[in-house]
Design a protein around this ligand. Structure first.
Ligand code: ZN
Ligand code: ZN
Ligand code: FE
Length: 762
């Protein structure tokens, strides 16, 4: 006698990132294979499934959802409720239901998949060379979604009614394009065009592409509309073209990213290990920082930088262009210095008029700017330095967090974050809030995040800094505002993304952060407990003549450091590059600032200390871009591993706080410099000394868990060294992976700290 399975009907609610990743078609195929009746639909809550059939088969469906969800999906939670069987047959995909709270994760943009790619280059395919080919496994998402739930009607594809063939694919459960919301073809979808510098059309379709490729080959600069905005593209091998781009973009030395036709081409120019290769070819397609080894790329692309930002084509349009060109191109964000990346072709003609010779555009609107993500490999694994296309928005699970907190971020590399029950969602990289345009983009990003995640703001979190533009955004929300100290936010972010809770020792080293005590922090050791924190150690302070000006001019940090160490004698040390770099007038002004302690704040910043050391080694007196001096200093050490190490003694001050003294290291550095030692070994000795400081202070504090955060820990030598030193001293180090160690992580930290201290009165 056969065992008869009992018949049941169940409602299954799946939460997480389950829209825009081919989840409904996946469920459809599973359910029909299992001979289950019912339906599946996107709801504002995620995906809801109602199934009826044999109990064991319903269990099998739930197992499949948990174990075999499509790539890109992230199932956070499956809720199952019993229903009464209806006896209906068949399984259908339902149109979206707009009731309920939208808590569904917003899917990120995905690089073209291998199946679509082979169709793109298949002359027999009806999408042969069609730049907007996509399917349920790939294509634009976050950059085209105006609202949730994720359906074509709420994307910028709404204006492109599908032709009969596309509609048939969309309706066919056995088709890869079954419910692929951005589905399109040459007959019904978006089109490309080439415009001249005034926006006058020069050609469309393959003509446009060929003319654009010819122009790039000829050394011209072409603005190309991609997935999340415009790139400025030129031949990376052509030094004149690259310099012209620098001139026009007013970007003197900051490295440009390079798009290679293939990973093989990239390997010919850079050292690409296993981890780098996985990142380069993954569906997120970030810019990956790789060590340069040679190849045709002009030195003007990343002057003085041993690493190159490398990425591979991700949009079908890039594949077509790169296949035609066959050589690496500079592909940098299409913006004017600090402004947000251009997304609208009509506005771009004005915005980029003085930079681009031609515009390769298309008519699929981009809802919001989504910049390329930037990642590097640290200790064998990825570390995001900029979270954008492919990764944003990022959901970080944080136990115990309640909904309704909005974090506005800091001032540089700003992001925003909102809380949902037991998680924090971090938005895409916005940039520095220096211009009205970027402040407007910040406001829009806040609005998007609140709407997408159905957050009713009840608490805002921001930085202590009284002058940050993001402060205003927090105040405008009209809810109570919790200020979170900058370095505490760094530490909280690192704890949260590692899914650990305090207590821990947080080591937060960066350029500048408002301390709240009138000094500039940046070399901090914070002991963090569940709802309280204490600064337990910091670097010995020195003055920054000119305040903010010292951020741009490492020579100012050097002089401040020398004056703190040697008093007035410092001004006579004309053999030292930063001292000699001031003319007589400048020197008088600076010495007065230092003597009168006016516009010369005290700082404990490690970033500024590294600036000073770089300047003393003659590497950089005035920064052409943020972080240039420490990068040059780190680069000087190359692969040196002699073990040379300067001493940074640690002792307790009158209040019992530990202070790290840099003076013995400074004196050794000066002695080496005067003995003719090159910058390389000096840099190695400084870095080794700082690594020792990490282990020494952590040992004295005696907290087992140690968090490494802040912009200085973008430095791979420092981070990997500190990880090794802490591990061998028996402590457990934590560092950043999914959220940047730089100020891109501040919003997450603000949100988390505000959540942890809620109701505690901080
Ligand atoms: Zn595809
Ligand atoms: Zn079509
Ligand atoms: Fe910072």
């Amino acid at each position: 006698m056969a065992i008869v399975d009992s018949r049941a009907r169940k409602r299954i609610v799946v939460r997480g990132v389950v829209q825009g990743v081919g989840f409904r078609p996946f469920v459809y195929r599973q359910a029909t294979t299992l001979d289950l009746a019912g339906w599946v639909g996107n709801t504002t809550d995620g995906v809801t499934i109602e199934v009826e059939g044999a109990d064991s088969r319903i269990d099998a469906l739930v197992t499949a959802i948990d174990a075999a969800a499509p790539p890109g999906a992230c199932v956070d939670d499956i809720e199952i409720k019993e229903q009464s069987p209806t006896g209906h047959d068949g399984f259908t995909i339902r149109e979206s239901d707009e009731s309920g709270l939208p808590t569904a994760g917003v899917p990120a943009d995905v690089a073209v998949c291998p199946d679509c790619l082979s169709e793109l280059f298949d002359p027999l395919s009806r999408r042969y060379h069609y730049p907007f080919i996509n399917c349920t496994q790939c294509g634009p998402r976050f950059s085209i979604i105006a609202d949730l739930p994720y359906d074509r009607a709420r994307t910028t594809m709404a204006g492109f009614p599908m032709c009969l063939e596309c509609q048939a694919e969309y309706d066919d459960p056995d088709n890869r394009r079954f419910h692929a919301e951005p589905n399109a073809c040459p007959a019904c979808g978006p089109r490309i065009a080439l415009w001249d510098g005034h926006g006058h059309p020069l050609g469309t379709g393959s003509d446009a592409l060929e003319m654009a490729a010819d122009a790039i080959r000829d050394g011209r600069i072409v603005a190309v509309k991609g997935v999340g905005g415009f790139h400025l593209i030129c031949d990376s091998r052509n030094d004149t073209a690259v310099r012209q781009l620098r001139d026009r973009k007013r970007r003197e030395e900051k490295p440009f990213a390079v798009m290679f036709p293939s990973i093989e081409d990239a390997r010919a120019s850079c050292r690409i290990g296993k981890a780098e290769a996985a990142l380069l070819t993954g569906r997120e397609r970030p810019i990956v920082l790789c060590r340069r080894t040679g190849g045709p790329v002009s030195d003007s692309v990343a002057p003085g930088n041993p690493r190159l930002g490398v990425f591979l084509p991700y949009a079908p349009l890039h594949h077509l262009l790169m296949q035609d060109l066959g050589f690496p191109v500079v592909a940098t964000s299409g913006n004017v210095s600090e402004e947000p990346i251009a997304i609208d072709e009509h506005k771009a003609v004005g915005q980029l008029a003085r930079i681009a010779d031609l515009f390769l555009v298309h008519d699929r609107p981009i809802v919001r700017p989504v910049e390329d993500s930037v990642v590097q490999v640290v200790a064998g694994g990825p570390q995001l330095l900029r979270v954008g296309r492919g990764y944003a928005p990022t959901r970080i699970p944080v136990d115990g967090v309640a909904e309704g907190i909005v974090a506005v971020g800091g001032h540089l590399k700003t992001t925003v974050a909102v809380t949902q029950p037991n998680s924090v969602v971090v938005g895409s990289h916005i940039g520095d809030l220096e211009t009205a345009e970027s402040r407007a983009a910040h406001g829009e990003a806040l609005g998007d995040m609140v709407r997408f995640h159905a957050v009713t703001p009840r608490l805002a979190a921001n930085d202590y800094h009284p002058d940050f533009a993001s402060r205003g955004a927090a105040e405008q929300l009209g809810v109570p505002v919790v200020p979170v100290q900058h370095h505490l936010a760094h530490v909280a972010a690192c704890l949260a993304e590692n899914e650990i809770a305090p207590p821990a020792l947080g080591i937060a080293w960066d350029g500048t952060g408002y301390g709240g005590d009138g000094t500039v922090w940046g070399g901090e050791f914070l002991h963090v407990e569940r709802t309280t924190w204490r600064r337990v150690a910091c670097f010995r302070r020195f003055r920054l003549p000119g305040g903010e000006a010292a951020v741009r001019e490492p020579r100012r940090s050097a002089l401040g450091l020398l004056v703190e160490a040697f008093g007035h004698d410092a001004y006579g040390m004309n053999d030292l590059a930063p001292v000699a770099a001031f003319d007589t007038t400048e020197r008088r002004v600076v010495s007065q600032m230092l003597a009168r302690e006016v516009n010369a704040p005290l700082t404990s910043s490690v970033g500024r200390l590294l600036d000073a050391f770089a300047a003393l080694c003659g590497l950089c007196q005035v920064n052409a871009y943020e972080g240039q001096a420490p990068i040059a200093f780190d680069s000087a050490a190359g692969d040196l591993a002699t073990g040379k190490c300067y001493d940074f003694p640690v002792s307790a001050d009158a209040d019992g706080m530990l202070v790290v003294d840099w003076q013995p290291a400074l004196e050794s550095l000066l002695a080496d410099l005067r003995a003719g030692e090159p910058p390389g070994p000096i840099s190695e000795a400084v870095h080794n000394g700082l690594i020792e400081v990490v282990a020494k202070v952590a040992g004295k504090i005696g907290e087992e868990r140690v968090v490494l955060t802040g912009g200085c820990f973008q430095n791979v030598r420092l981070t990997e060294g500190a990880i090794a030193a802490l591990t061998s001293a028996g402590m457990t180090p934590y560092w950043h992976h999914r959220v940047p160690p730089n100020d891109g992580g501040i919003a997450l930290g603000q949100a988390v700290w505000a959540a942890w201290t809620e109701g505690q009165g901080d």
